[in-house]
Design a protein around this ligand. Structure first.
Ligand SMILES: [Zn+2]
Ligand SMILES: [Zn+2]
Length: 89
């Protein structure tokens, strides 16, 4: 009997740690499909909770609370980058 080998080109193989081109592509497709599925079902965003950047990104929720959380996140990211830049020069 041969020992089990990972099958490439699968999101599950990517999850178990493979980063070959085929598995990365399979994971990308899988993620895109699941993002779309989540975006199509607002109840999932409700369950994840509003006022969070992760809900804005992962569930494509565009309610005021999630939009505010996301723009806050972007602002913080910009500030962190500015600080890092200042420290480097
Ligand atoms: Zn692979
Ligand atoms: Zn929301």
């Amino acid at each position: 009997m041969t020992s089990h080998r990972p099958r490439h080109g699968r999101a599950s193989t990517y999850k178990s740690g493979c980063r070959c081109t085929e598995c990365r592509e399979a994971n990308r497709v899988y993620q895109a499909a699941s993002n779309k599925r989540r975006a199509a079902d607002p109840a999932l965003a409700d369950r994840a909770g509003h006022g969070r950047a992760s809900t804005y990104i992962n569930y494509a929720c565009r309610c005021d609370a999630c939009k505010a959380a996301n723009s806050q996140r972007l602002r913080e990211q910009r500030e962190r980058r500015a600080i890092a830049k200042g420290a480097a020069s």
